[in-house]
Design a protein around this ligand. Structure first.
Ligand code: ZN
Length: 403
């Protein structure tokens, strides 16, 4: 016996727009269809499996018994200030003191590290609604994505809805969609160059946020809205697109034009610095996000012809996600708890600063219910596993190679 469920972790994403923004993202997830099957993907959970309900009760009890809020604490606020300062101060220094080109590159590099940190540690939580109980705070902090030139609208659909609900399901999870010359799923078509993708992948990771700023958001927005997955009207979608383009122009004007027009820094120096900043941010963000799912040891389940995934949604998350470097305080601080992706995928509404504390509860409960709890204990082990997966995905499957 099995029961059909189609659990969407981030239910608020599908609800009405929040009051502070008329055209805040609002999606009709019933229209999110598998492109080949033209049906919704459903998880057919195992009747009587109490894993997730037991775990939720235990995690809730941890917060109630200790009188702790699930949202940001003082450490999270300090971290947000430090990372924001790490992005803004080098830029101010660059404009105010006009340092040598060599020093300016160091400043752009720091900005790249900081903006990746803001993306992972501040924007990510806020757009999940876990930074604060107050939606306006989440709205403001979530829009820090604009400091990277990205669009919150697309992020919420790609990440909160598609990635978190349909993790590692090809054609549904946009995080594992083929990108340019990269292939992140064992189920997409192998092309001859994929054989050496493990060798060139890191270079293309470096281009990820540049592509995001200049092209991806627009292409993605048109693709998403043409499928009717937004609850906003065509007119409102046009306004969202206009807002997206205007914010990108403002971003590019401030970061690229202002240093040259008002401070006399040669444009070629700004362009090189800007590219370096994005290259650093792109590598950090892509590597950290990939180390959770595109690894040896995770599964990439395919739905049946009716669109059913024969698994419980929470167990699916446990099988498609791996933690890395638990207990490494520096990594945990910088990557915003994304090294605790198992906990994040099960509890995206809990601020990441609490993940190390609830990891033990998740591990213990998984053990009791005989559910996998996957961990790479070091960053190096996770990185090695990621490149091994890229190597494997880049080869033809044995039967295909014979044909
Ligand atoms: Zn997330």
């Amino acid at each position: 016996m099995s029961k059909v469920s189609n659990l969407h972790v981030d239910k608020k994403v599908t609800s009405k727009p929040i009051n502070c923004c008329i055209f805040a993202p609002s999606f009709n997830t019933k229209k999110v269809l598998h492109p080949e099957l033209q049906t919704q993907i459903k998880f057919t959970g195992i009747e009587g499996n109490q894993f997730y309900s037991t775990l939720r009760k235990r995690v809730d009890a941890y917060f109630t018994d200790n009188g702790i809020s699930k949202n940001a604490n003082a450490a999270m606020i300090t971290k947000s200030v430090v990372l924001l300062a790490g992005y803004i101060l080098p830029f101010v220094f660059l404009l105010a003191f006009l340092p040598s080109f060599g020093v300016s590159l160091v400043l752009w590099f720091i900005m790249g590290l900081s903006i990746a940190g803001i993306g992972m540690s501040v924007m990510h939580d806020a757009n999940h609604g876990s930074y604060s109980k107050n939606p306006t705070v989440n709205y403001v902090m979530g829009h820090m994505l604009n400091l990277l030139g990205g669009s919150v609208f697309n992020w919420k659909l790609q990440h909160n809805v598609l990635h978190h609900t349909y993790t590692n399901i090809v054609h549904m999870d946009d995080d594992i969609a083929d990108r340019l010359v990269l292939k992140f799923s064992p189920h997409t078509k192998v092309k001859f160059f994929h054989k050496i993708q493990w060798l060139y992948a890191i270079f293309f990771y470096g281009l990820m946020t540049l592509y995001w700023v200049f092209a991806k958001d627009i292409i993605q927005f048109i693709r998403y809205t043409s499928k009717g997955v937004t609850t906003t009207s065509k007119e409102e979608n046009r306004i969202v697109l206009l807002k997206m383009i205007v914010l990108k122009v403002v971003y590019l004007f401030i970061v690229m034009a202002v240093p040259t027009l008002f401070f006399g820094i040669p444009f070629y120096q700004v362009a090189i610095g800007f590219t370096l900043m994005h290259f650093v941010a792109g590598i950090v963000l892509t590597v950290v996000f990939q180390l959770a799912h595109t690894l040896e040891g995770t599964t990439h389940p395919l739905p049946d012809k009716e669109g059913n995934i024969h698994n419980d949604w929470a167990i699916h998350q446990m099988e498609t996600t791996i933690d890395f470097s638990p207990g490494n305080k520096l990594i945990s601080w910088y990557v915003g708890g994304l090294n605790y992706q198992v906990e994040h995928h099960l509890f995206p509404k809990i601020c990441h600063v609490h993940y190390p504390a609830i990891a033990g509860i998740v591990e213990q409960t998984a053990k009791e219910f005989n559910v996998p709890y996957n961990v790479n204990y070091t960053f190096a082990a996770a990185l090695k596993s990621h490149f091994e997966a890229l190597y494997r995905f880049g080869r033809f499957p044995i039967n295909e190679a014979i044909v």
